[in-house]
Design a protein around this ligand. Structure first.
Ligand SMILES: [Zn+2]
Length: 149
């Protein structure tokens, strides 16, 4: 693997670890500049295509989901590992569906229910975007519903 700092072609693996999702993380050091970085390798299982609201299809994008979660969780006490966990669980649930296509709501609904248990502010932020809570009245309604639970 090439060094991301100096582009040197030879790097050495100094540590290898495996995680529960079948991924492999390798800590590497560049043979030329000596800087360290990690690489992550994981098996990619078949995930169904997501059918969007407008009827178009798109691939599930784990990075995009994580980016969305990060925005919702900005300045909230939610650990990066927690965001990774949510994205990982949603992806695993998606892979277990066993269909070629599912509604994109499948992803949104699962993210919402997991986020709700983690942080209510992050949940509301995500819900505003995902449920298109465009007006104050429906946002208030959602908050009231949360408070009464
Ligand atoms: Zn280097």
């Amino acid at each position: 693997m090439k060094c991301p700092y100096c582009n040197h072609k030879k790097t050495s693996v100094i540590d290898t670890s495996h995680d529960a999702r079948g991924g492999t993380r390798r800590r590497r050091v560049c043979d030329q500049c000596g800087r360290r970085f990690s690489s992550y390798e994981r098996p990619i299982l078949a995930t169904p295509l997501l059918i969007k609201r407008d009827g178009t299809r798109e691939e599930f994008d784990r990075d995009k989901l994580i980016a969305g979660l990060r925005v919702s969780c900005a300045k909230r006490p939610v650990a990066a590992s927690e965001i990774e966990r949510i994205a990982g669980e949603v992806e695993a649930e998606l892979q277990q569906v066993g269909r070629d296509e599912v509604s994109s709501r499948f992803v949104g609904d699962r993210v919402i229910s997991k986020l709700k248990e983690v942080d209510e502010v992050a949940y509301i932020r995500y819900a505003i975007v995902y449920l298109r809570l465009g007006d104050l009245e429906s946002i208030r309604h959602e908050i009231d519903r949360l408070l009464s639970e």
